[in-house]
Ligand binder design. Structure first.
Ligand SMILES: Cc1cc2nc3c(=O)[nH]c(=O)nc-3n(C[C@H](O)[C@H](O)[C@H](O)COP(=O)(O)OP(=O)(O)OC[C@H]3O[C@@H](n4cnc5c(N)ncnc54)[C@H](O)[C@@H]3O)c2cc1C
Length: 396
């Protein structure tokens, strides 16, 4: 099987992956490949047809699809290849990923890999809610696919399990599908929607949908045969149960990072978040493999994920986080320049050193008594130092 080669491979074309790709390109990385299993790039926001995206990263307020389009356009304008309908299924080696696509199977080898595979909501089965298995049970993600992608009817009256930001998103989707809200049910003592999203809750949930909020309560059973007919709710304080008639149940939140690739790659997993462990430079325990976005911890807002992606690509200049992947990506291209005898070698050498120092991996250029330039061995960039020319380069 032929192996494709790229400099940076990004798995996942959501906000984190696309923001990272754009930033890598801006930093001068020539070949950035983003791989996405869906048939369109953009990640989750693509299917959230409501406003509330982009505050921190784009300093504006976008709808989900508008926000996704913004990043896709920026990536395309930067000449980044986004390969859709392509799933990374595992690893062939430390920096070689296997993929599956309608065109067949293949392998991609990269000098740096960023995992930005996001997270998903725990479905009903994983929450161990007893009862029958009728139609009409969703997560927010599957609901949004149903409504916005497949344009299918949902139901008439829904119970939303959860009372956080994503529950509000489910509520807005249900309202768009003309479904009334029987109740929002949370086991916690209050809802978890905070500023700047609180006015949206007041407006959409309280004023428009008049959705009753049931706190300290748990959906303890789903009732119905062919179709949901209601849910049984148990109040934590008294143990009393109550039946709420509805034909639709939406389980919201309760996130699981999409960590299969991280696990298959043997990356250290954080026992708290169940995403891969990263340091402040978004480096995982595997050399050259980075992770950013909701894969790290379950859901944050899209702008936070995008900023993380950007940061993971940018790599802060502190020494502590300044070796491997990006360096491995950037330095070889600079070395190619160096080998080009048509260039002013002294200048190239200085540019390279400045770059290396900015990334914290090269000591300053040294000059010997004859005025010749010497570069230091880059710390931690062993994979690009197989060439003896790396060590003591003297401009011709
Ligand atoms: C219903 C809902 C409503 C939301 N509302 C808001 C809101 O109003 N405002 C806001 O700021 N945020 C909101 N969010 C949160 C926001 O969508 C996420 O924070 C953001 O999408 C995270 O970006 P990401 O790139 O980390 O992950 P994602 O957007 O999940 O992108 C990950 C991508 O990786 C792909 N992928 C996964 N595994 C593979 C693989 N093996 N190979 C190839 N591709 C793969 C997935 O298909 C996906 O496209 C909402 C989330 C949900 C679910």
């Amino acid at each position: 099987m032929a192996i494709e080669r790229t400099e940076a491979l990004i798995v996942g074309a959501g906000p984190a992956g696309l923001a990272a790709a754009v930033e890598l390109k801006r930093l001068g990385v020539a070949r950035v490949l983003v791989v996405e299993r869906e048939d369109e790039p953009g990640g989750i926001p693509r299917l959230c047809h409501h406003t509330g995206f982009g505050w921190r990263d784009l300093h504006g307020v976008f709808t989900g699809p508008g926000y996704a389009r913004h990043y896709v356009r920026r990536a395309e304008a930067a000449g980044i290849e986004i390969r859709t309908s392509t799933t990374i299924t595992g690893w062939q080696g430390p920096m070689t990923a296997n993929f599956s696509s309608p065109r067949g199977l293949g392998q991609i080898e990269a000098r740096a890999v960023l995992l930005a595979t996001g997270c998903r909501e725990r479905p009903r089965a994983a929450r161990l809610v007893p009862g029958s298995r009728p139609q009409g049970v969703f997560t927010t993600g599957s609901l949004q696919r149903f409504v916005y992608q497949q344009h299918l009817p949902v139901g008439r009256r829904a119970v939303i399990v959860g009372a956080e930001l994503v529950s509000l998103s489910a509520l807005m989707t249900l309202r768009r599908a003309s479904v009334s809200i029987a109740a929002m049910v949370t086991e916690l003592p209050r809802h978890q929607i905070y500023l700047p999203y609180l006015p949206a809750k007041w407006y959409f949930a309280d004023l428009r949908a008049r959705a009753p909020l049931l706190t300290g309560a748990r959906v303890s059973r789903i009732l119905g045969h062919q179709r949901v007919e209601g849910v049984e709710v148990t109040l934590a304080a008294t143990g009393q149960t109550e039946m709420i008639p509805c034909d639709t149940v939406v389980f919201t939140g309760d996130w699981i990072p999409e960590h299969e690739l991280a696990r298959l790659g043997g990356l250290a997993i954080d026992p708290g978040t169940r995403g891969p462990q990263v340091d402040p430079g978004f480096r995982t325990s595997a050399r050259g493999v980075f992770a950013a976005g909701n894969l790290l911890r379950g859901a944050e807002t899209a702008d936070v994920s995008a900023l993380e992606g950007r940061q993971a690509a940018r790599r802060p200049s502190q020494q502590a986080v300044a070796d491997d992947a990006l360096l491995a990506v950037v330095l070889p291209s600079v070395f190619d320049l160096y080998r080009d005898t048509g260039k002013d070698q002294r200048r190239v050498c200085e540019i390279q050193s400045a770059f290396g120092q900015r990334l914290g991996a090269l000591a300053p250029v040294e000059r010997d008594s004859h005025g010749l330039l010497y570069l230091q061995q880059p710390g931690g960039a062993r994979d690009v130092s197989d060439d003896g020319a790396f060590r003591n380069l003297t401009p011709r």
